[in-house]
Ligand binder design. Sequence first.
Ligand SMILES: NC(=O)c1ccc[n+]([C@@H]2O[C@H](COP(=O)([O-])OP(=O)(O)OC[C@H]3O[C@@H](n4cnc5c(N)ncnc54)[C@H](O)[C@@H]3O)[C@@H](O)[C@H]2O)c1
Length: 263
Amino acid sequence: MKHLENKVVIITGAAMGLGLATAKELASKGINLTLVDYNEKGLAEAKAEINEDFPLVKIHTVVADVSNEEAVKNYVTETVKTFGRIDGLYNNAGIEGKQASITEYDINIFKKVIDINLMGVYYGMRYVIPVMQKQKHGRIVNVASVGGIRGVLNQVPYVASKHAVSGMTKNAALEYGRDGINTNAIAPGAILTPMVAEAFKQVNPEDPKAAETEYAQRNPAKRLGLPNEVANVVAFLLSEEASYVNGQTIAIDGGESNIYGNV
Ligand SMILES: NC(=O)c1ccc[n+]([C@@H]2O[C@H](COP(=O)([O-])OP(=O)(O)OC[C@H]3O[C@@H](n4cnc5c(N)ncnc54)[C@H](O)[C@@H]3O)[C@@H](O)[C@H]2O)c1
């Protein structure tokens, strides 16, 4: 993706899954990175893995829980101190919670999902946007989900939080488009990451692979997505080429969110 060289992007939830895949994609384009995660060991491993392939890319790691406002302030301050600017924020850290019906949902888990998926994304925007306003330029990609545009059985806080991410994305577009800041969201379907592997374990603890195969049959592509298929879209949205895309929630799901009836 052109025009990304010498830029600086913050990625939250960068130790594995979609965050790590996007970190590798951006590193391959020469982007310098601040990688944020609350998994300290995973974060160090991610940095080492990326630097092995892309030794010239500068990577700053910050251990932070995105649901902690002070920790978010700190990853923003650290990035500005290290690189002097922030061109992009990939607001990706999130959790699924446990699966249970609305009436049986554990309230503490509900609150935790909202704290991380909704408040974490909000804090990220809140503290990165002033830096981007001064630059008169910035790109934000918030991670929603198909659960941000559809209901998902037994995942009420996840669905609530991801609809909120899509809503906050629209607001950010309205409020900061004039400052040269474009904010979009992505809505991945089932992408093969550790989070999704865990979900299939919950659906069928005896045979998670069978749950995965069955799930894939509902998708027009008849397969799950791969992390790099998400990373490609994120890299585009973070680039200059997406200069007139603002406030959108883009499904990356093989077409699954369009289904009505059988495929
Ligand atoms: N994988 C999918 O199919 C899928 C589909 C739709 C949406 N998503 C969303 O994509 C994002 C990434 O998902 P994934 O599948 O890569 O998950 P994952 O569990 O594989 O990785 C998530 C990463 O985020 C980190 N993290 C979680 N909570 C954090 C917190 N409070 N502070 C800092 N780091 C935190 C974890 O340590 C981990 O490294 C999430 O927001 C998820 O809801 C994923």
